[in-house]
Design a binder for this molecule. Structure first.
Ligand code: GLN
Ligand code: ZN
Length: 763
């Protein structure tokens, strides 16, 4: 007899209630009790929704005001000393101070934030040192359980497991191993579990996703000692060790021999776990949480395939107690497709967001328990849908397929070497040493956003909107001319978002109205959906690029988003490898690159802000990803003549470990974030003999601070101790869209001054 569950449910509210309440609370417009009541309503609605959809065991404590890792930091009282916490229960003020910093006289920075595994969700990074101590400092899991008990719901309390919590943290001292804190941390976890048990908890799910990343022997030892103790502490409550985002085949035996009550596996992304299970069996009588409905993507489940998978799992583990589940928390998908009235029926029929996935899980559970006949109608409907979608002309574009099939290595090769191209480009562009430029966007001031909104709502005509954009571009070009910048940009005023802007003009993409997914805190995104073969029906940026170029004798860069970034920031069809979809996007953007060249644009920048974040969780899979990602970029960039200069941009600096791939992109110039880093990365460029152009960001654009000229001068001098003056470009760390105009002008003035000063000292 199988039951149904999920790993977690979105916490943002069906109408983004949490965002609205948080932002009102932060700005002092509502008081704490109001915020608490909005949150309580969301949680109760979530419980009811899941129960009504037929979920037997409903997760609780998956709600969070900001982030589940920060919740754990609060739970175990690991508040960094600088927040001046009294050491009692972590109150909301302290909690949000850690998340967002404090302003005013108590000015203090927020804790660091980073990506949650390979998702676009960001967590607050715990801080550890040899001094760290832990005490139980929050009642959140107990309150969540009590709330479910009061509602009469059979609940499972979700906690982040202690091993993952420690391994996700950081320490100032590189030699310090956070895992050494386990013995200090476990008493708090023991206390939490025994309290939950005393409160009547039936199930406790401890999430240990770190286990899918390929962990070392020390981690396994830690895992064993931790769970032996936790099981003892949990009394009658059953403990599930839950994993997701990849397989656990490499540690399978150690994992399933932990003395707990069950294990959660992701069978969508971690199929290899099933092989390990076939080889080694599964302990009799224990619970197997089978994640078969994809929590990371938005497509309808192929129920027949999933039912067969569940049957295979059941046959492999005949004495297991099976819970049918989502592959991971549903926090990574939007809540429901019901409100998406603007999507056409066909595309809509392919989609399943969180609520639709609940129904799928309930159906599969019934099928597994009662047999196929019990869900015959649902299976037939699912089969029909799969067939219709596979045959849909919306998904398959023979021209695109043909183009991809006939690609040759020459299509990913610019013909001449970078050095040969550089010579030709230098002659053509005639730039000074240390040329100055920016990354693309200029401040997206409220007036600009307001105008776009009016246009979207039909309140102003196309002509009015375009006239407005032209004026914006004129202003940005004038500004750059006055500042004396060498390579100009048009400022990207027409773009709502660097991926959405392109997706909206490409075939094969769809967009939701309400399909929000939490990125961090109160920031939610609506990723595009790539459902079909991608092609470019018409030029996308040529109009704006040529308009901008017509205003200046200096080169104006054409600005594009690269194929890997478009892919990584979208929900991608899962009926073909991601690499195939990426090639299609690459060809579409390549057409744009060629059109820009034909229109007389001499420098074209192809941003790959998200190349690194697509890296697989397991290192053994990195090379394959990098190979196809780099190839896609090169296809995008290689349709043009040697005299056209290709730039790329990446907004991070930790790429020492993928340096070769960065170099293999073969871009003529790369701009990177570097203002807050030292020379370490630049040393890598030198020692690896990188001979192309590099623009290490000379100032940080994440803060309104205006860098003094002397600081940029020093920064450049330091860069020149490592890199050849002929290869260095001068630019900020990233685009300027989040900045305000006055500070931008001031910062760029100093940047141009600094470049001039340094030029004088060398020529
Ligand atoms: N060209 C983009 C901009 O300047 C790049 C943004 C990014 O890298 N995130 O806004
Ligand atoms: Zn950037």
């Amino acid at each position: 007899m199988a039951t149904s569950t999920i790993s977690g449910y979105p916490r943002i509210g069906g109408n983004r209630e949490l965002k609205k309440a948080l932002e009102q609370y932060w700005s002092g417009r509502i008081a704490e009790p109001d915020l608490l009541s909005v949150a309580a309503n969301i949680r109760v609605t979530n419980l009811t929704t899941q129960r009504n959809a037929g979920i037997d065991l409903v997760p609780v404590n998956d709600f969070s005001f900001y982030d589940q890792v920060l919740d754990t930091t609060a739970l175990v009282g690991n508040v960094p000393a600088r927040y001046g916490w009294s050491g009692d229960t972590v109150d909301l003020e302290t909690y949000f101070a850690m998340a967002r910093g404090r302003t005013g006289e108590n000015d203090i920075a927020a804790m660091e934030m980073t990506k949650w595994f390979d998702t676009n969700y960001h967590y607050i990074v715990p801080e550890f040192s040899s001094e760290t101590t832990f005490t139980l400092s929050s009642t959140k899991p107990f309150d969540a359980l009590a709330e479910a008990q009061a509602a009469g719901v059979d609940a499972k309390v979700v906690l982040l497991g202690p091993v993952t919590y420690l391994l996700l943290g950081k320490s100032d001292d590189d030699a310090f191993a956070p895992l050494s804190l386990l013995d200090r941390l476990l008493p708090v976890y023991e206390e939490v579990l025994s309290k939950l048990a005393a409160q009547g908890a039936g199930w406790i799910q401890l999430d240990e996703p770190i286990l899918v990343t390929g962990v070392d022997a020390a981690t396994i030892i830690a895992l064993k000692s931790a769970y032996a103790r936790l099981k003892d502490a949990a009394g009658n409550a059953k403990i599930i060790v839950n994993t997701y985002f990849d397989h656990v085949a490499d540690i399978y035996q150690d994992l399933v021999n932990l003395p707990v009550d069950g294990f959660g596996f992701d069978f969508v992304r971690g199929g290899a776990t099933l092989n390990a299970m076939q080889e080694h069996g599964f302990p009799a009588g224990k619970t197997l949480v089978a994640g078969v409905v994809d929590g990371r993507n938005v497509w309808r489940n192929d129920l027949r395939t999933s039912l067969s998978l569940l049957q295979a799992i059941g046959n492999t583990a005949p004495e297991a107690v099976i819970q049918v589940s989502s592959s991971c928390s549903l926090q990574h998908v939007p809540i429901t497709i019901e409100r998406e009235k603007q999507l056409d029926d066909e595309v809509k029929s392919w989609l399943a967001f969180a609520n639709e996935k609940l129904t799928e899980i309930a159906i599969l559970t019934r099928g597994l328990t009662e047999g196929e006949d019990a869900i015959a109608a649902e299976l037939a409907a699912s089969d029909a849908l799969q067939q219709a979608s596979a045959a849909s002309t919306r998904r398959f574009n023979p021209t695109v397929r043909q183009r991809v099939a006939t690609l040759t290595p020459a299509d990913a090769d610019r013909g001449l070497s970078a050095a040969q191209r550089a010579e030709i480009q230098t002659r053509r562009l005639n730039l000074p040493l240390l040329p100055t430029t920016t990354i693309g966007s200029f401040p997206q001031v409220p007036e600009l956003r307001a105008e776009r909104l009016k246009f979207d709502k039909g309140e102003i005509s196309q002509e009015e909107y375009e006239a407005f954009l032209e004026q914006e571009i004129r202003d940005v070009i004038d500004l750059q001319e006055n500042l004396g910048i060498d390579v100009l940009v048009h400022g990207e005023p027409e773009r709502n978002d660097m991926v959405q802007y392109f997706g909206e003009q490409l075939d094969g993409f769809a967009f939701t109205r309400y399909g929000w997914v939490q990125s961090y805190g109160s920031r939610y995104v609506r990723p595009p959906l790539i459902f079909g073969d991608v092609s470019r029906p018409h030029p996308m940026t040529v109009r704006w690029a040529t308009f901008a170029q017509s205003l200046s004798d200096k080169p104006v860069k054409g600005m594009l988003t690269g194929p890997v970034t478009i892919l990584n920031w979208s929900f991608v069809r899962d009926d073909q490898p991601r690499s195939d979809t990426c090639l299609q996007i690459a060809l579409a953007i390549r057409d744009e690159v060629v059109d820009l060249e034909t229109a007389g644009i001499a420098i074209i920048q192809i941003d790959e802000a998200a190349l690194r974040e697509g890296l697989p969780l397991r290192r053994e899979n990195w090379q394959h990803y990098l190979d196809w990602a780099v190839n896609s970029f090169r296809i995008t960039a290689s349709g043009v003549k040697p005299e056209t200069q290709i730039h790329t941009h990446m907004c991070y600096s930790e790429f020492g470990d993928i340096f070769q791939a960065i170099s293999d992109l073969d871009a003529d110039v790369i701009s990177i974030e570097n203002a807050r880093s030292g020379l370490e990365l630049l040393e890598t460029f030198r020692s690896e003999g990188y001979d192309k152009g590099i623009g290490p960001g000379v100032y940080d654009i994440h803060s309104p601070r205006v860098p003094p000229t002397e600081e940029i001068v020093d920064n450049l001098h330091r860069t020149l101790t490592v890199l050849d003056v002929k290869q260095v470009w001068v630019n900020p760390d990233c685009g300027l869209k989040t900045r305000k105009s006055p500070e931008t002008t001031a910062a760029l003035t100093n940047m141009v001054d600094a470049a001039r000063k340094v030029r004088e000292t060398i020529s």
